[in-house]
Design a protein around this ligand. Structure first.
Ligand code: MLC
Ligand code: AMP
Length: 514
C-alpha cells in the first residue's frame, strides 16, 4: 500500500483519494488489450515521481512532454503532479520551429519525447539549457521507464498549495505568439469536483477516452472526470470511429469534439444497441451544428450534452445532466457551472442586459493564474474587477443559458484544435515570392471549420498554391495547414486599409482549389 499523505492542496492527492478500495480492480483497459489496475497507476506514478525527485530539480520546474498517447504518458502526468512539478504537454503534431519556441519560452528542466524524435528535440532542449531529455514510446519502452524501473513503488505526495502551478498549456494567440496558460492545483481540482457533481458521475461509470491527452479536454476534463470518481477508462490510442463503436457497449460516458459525433454518425454500425449502456454523451471544444445534435438524438435516442471551456479556464458552462436541472438545448452551451460568474460586456465595459450580444467574461476558482512570462498580456486580458475576457462573443437568455455567437479573436477552430490565422500568415509571408497573405476559416462538414489561405505574390514572382502548402507542411503542425490555397493579385481592403476577411470568407467558402 502506498504511503500517500493527506495533502489536500495537491491535485494528485485528491485523485488518489478517490481510487477504489480494491486497488486490484481494472482502472484502464486499452484498445490494444492491455489492462492496468489502480495499483499499477499508483505504483508506476510513484516510481516516476521518485525518478523526477531524484533529479533534484528546482521548485516549479517544468516537465515538457511530447509523446504519443499511452497509459504510461498518463502515468507521467500523474507522477509530475505527485512530485509537485509542472506538467507541460505538447501536441505531437508540432514541428521543429514550434517545439523550439515552446522549449525556449518555457525553459523546461526535463523534456520527454518519443525515441524517434530524440535527435532533433534533444538538440533543441540542450541548447535551451534543459538538464534532462528522456524518451517514452507508446509501446512501454524508453529511457524514462528504464531509469524508473529500479526505483521504489511508494512515494509520499509532495505537499502543494491550491495556488501552486500544476500545468502550463500553450494556446496560440492573435499576434501569432503562443502563450502558456498557467493552471494551478486549485484551478484543476475545483473544476474536477464541480463536474463530478454536475455531470452526476455514478459509481459504475466507465469513460471511453478517445481524445488526445495534450489539451484541456482529453487531459483534464476526461481524465480528472474518471479518476476523481474512481471510474474505469476504456483507452483508445486515437479516435477511430470503428474502434470507438466496438468499445461503446462497455462504456457509459463519452467525451468528444463535434467531429467525433459527425464521424460516428457516418458509421452504419451506430445503432441504439451499440449505445445501450451509455449514460452520457458530451461535446465541446468547438461549436456543434444543430443538425449533428438532432441527428444524434434521432439515431441513438440520446441527447448530447454540450459544454464550453478554454485552456485558460477549464470548463465554464454546461447544459444540464440531471433531468431536474432542465433539458439540454442544441446550439447553446448551457448555464455557468456552480462557482463560475459569467457576464456579457460591450467594448466600453458595460454589462449588457439579458439577450444582448457582447464579449463573454468569466471569474471563478477555475480561472488560470496568468500567462507564463507575459505579465502585460495577462493584465490586458483581465478587467479591473478581475474578470477574464474570453474573446468569445455571446449572449445569456432569461434562464441564464449561454449561446456563443462568434469570437472577437481572429481564430479558426478546426476539429477542436485552435488555429490562429496570424501565425499561419506569418509563415506564408516568410516564403520566397510572397508579398502578403490572409488566412480565413470556412465551414467544413467534417472539421466544422477549416483554414483557406489567400496569397498575393511579389511583383514578378510566380507562386503555386500546392508548393505553398508543401512548404508549410514542413514547418507547421498538420492541423494548422490550410486545406486550400488560392493565389490572387490583391486582397480586398476597407477604407482604413484593413483586409476584409469577411469578403474572403464569403468568396472562398465553396470554391474548389484554384
Ligand atoms: C487532423 N488534421 C486536421 C485535424 N486533425 N486538420 C484540421 N483540423 C483538425 N482537427 C489533418 C491531418 O493531419 C491530415 O492531414 C488531415 O487533416 C486528415 O486527417 P484525419 O486522418 O481525418 O484526422 P484524424 O487524425 O482522424 O484527427 C481528426 C480528429 C483530431 C478530429 C480525431 O483532430 C482530434 O482528435 N481532435 C480533437 C482535438 C482536441 O482534443 N481539442 C481539445 C482542445 S481543448 P494530412 O495532410 O496528413 O492528410 C479546448 C477547450 C475545451 O478546446 O473547451 O475543450
Ligand atoms: P482552447 O484555447 O483550445 O482551449 O479553445 C477554447 C475555445 O474553444 C473557446 O474560447 C471557444 O471559442 C471554443 N469552444 C470551446 N467549447 C465550445 C463550445 N461548446 N462551443 C463553441 N465554442 C467552444
Amino acid at each position: 500500500m502506498d504511503t500517500t499523505h493527506p495533502t489536500p492542496g495537491n491535485l494528485f492527492a485528491a485523485l488518489r483519494a478517490a481510487f477504489p478500495t480494491d486497488l486490484s480492480s481494472c482502472a484502464v483497459e486499452t484498445d490494444s488489450g492491455l489492462s492496468y489496475s489502480w495499483q499499477d497507476l499508483d505504483q508506476a506514478s510513484a516510481m516516476l515521481a521518485n525518478l523526477l525527485e531524484s533529479l533534484d530539480l528546482p521548485a516549479g520546474a517544468r516537465i515538457a512532454v511530447q509523446v504519443e498517447k499511452s497509459v504510461e504518458a498518463l502515468v507521467l502526468y500523474l507522477a509530475t503532479l505527485r512530485a509537485g512539478l509542472v506538467y507541460l504537454p505538447l501536441n505531437t503534431a508540432y514541428q521543429t520551429a514550434e517545439m523550439a519556441y515552446f522549449i525556449q519560452d518555457a525553459e523546461p528542466s526535463v523534456v520527454v519525447c518519443s525515441a524517434s524524435n530524440f535527435g532533433w528535440i534533444s538538440k533543441l532542449a540542450f541548447l535551451s539549457g534543459t538538464a534532462y531529455v528522456f524518451t517514452l514510446n507508446d509501446d512501454r519502452t524508453g529511457t524514462l521507464l528504464d531509469r524508473a524501473a529500479q526505483l521504489s513503488a511508494t512515494h509520499a505526495v509532495v505537499p502543494r498549495q491550491p495556488d501552486d502551478l500544476a500545468a502550463i498549456i500553450y494556446t496560440s494567440g492573435t499576434t501569432g505568439r503562443s502563450k502558456g496558460a498557467m493552471l494551478s492545483h486549485g484551478n484543476l481540482l475545483s473544476n474536477a469536483l464541480v463536474l463530478k457533481d454536475y455531470w452526476d458521475w455514478q459509481a459504475d461509470d466507465v469513460l471511453l477516452h478517445a481524445l488526445p491527452i495534450f489539451h484541456v479536454h482529453g487531459l483534464f476534463v476526461a481524465i480528472h472526470g474518471a479518476l476523481i470518481n474512481g471510474s474505469k477508462m476504456v483507452w483508445c490510442a486515437r479516435f477511430d470511429p470503428k474502434v470507438v463503436l466496438q468499445h461503446l457497449p462497455q462504456a457509459t460516458v463519452l467525451m468528444g469534439v463535434p467531429t467525433f459525433y459527425v464521424r460516428l454518425l457516418a458509421e452504419p454500425l451506430l445503432t441504439t444497441a451499440v449505445v445501450r449502456n451509455m449514460r452520457l454523451f458530451i461535446s465541446g471544444s468547438a461549436p456543434m451544428l444543430i443538425e449533428t445534435f438532432v441527428q444524434w438524438q434521432q439515431r441513438t435516442g440520446h441527447t448530447i450534452l454540450e459544454r464550453y471551456g478554454m485552456s485558460e479556464t477549464a470548463m465554464l458552462t454546461s447544459n444540464p445532466c440531471r433531468a431536474e436541472d432542465g433539458s439540454r438545448l442544441g446550439g447553446t452551451v448551457g448555464r455557468p457551472l456552480p462557482g463560475v460568474q459569467l457576464r456579457v460586456q460591450d467594448d466600453d465595459g458595460h454589462t449588457l442586459p439579458v439577450g444582448e450580444i457582447g464579449g463573454i467574461q468569466v471569474k471563478g476558482p477555475n480561472v488560470f493564474q496568468g500567462y507564463w512570462h507575459m505579465p502585460d498580456k495577462t493584465a490586458q486580458e483581465f478587467t479591473p474587477d478581475g474578470f477574464f475576457k474570453t474573446g468569445d462573443v455571446g449572449r445569456v437568455d432569461a434562464q441564464g443559458c449561454v449561446t456563443i455567437v462568434g469570437r472577437s479573436k481572429d481564430l479558426i477552430i478546426s476539429g477542436g484544435y485552435n488555429v490562429y490565422p496570424a501565425e499561419i500568415e506569418g509563415y506564408i509571408n516568410a516564403l520566397p515570392g510572397v508579398a502578403e497573405s490572409a488566412v480565413v476559416g470556412v465551414p467544413d462538414a467534417d472539421f466544422g471549420e477549416v483554414g483557406v489561405a489567400v496569397v498575393v505574390p511579389k511583383p514578378g514572382a510566380v507562386l503555386h498554391s500546392d508548393a505553398i502548402l508543401v512548404q508549410l507542411k514542413s514547418q507547421l503542425a498538420n492541423f494548422k495547414i490550410p486545406k486550400r490555397c488560392h493565389v490572387v493579385a490583391d486582397l480586398p481592403r476597407n477604407a482604413m486599409g484593413k483586409v476584409q476577411k469577411n469578403l474572403l470568407r464569403a468568396q472562398y467558402q465553396n470554391m474548389p482549389v484554384a
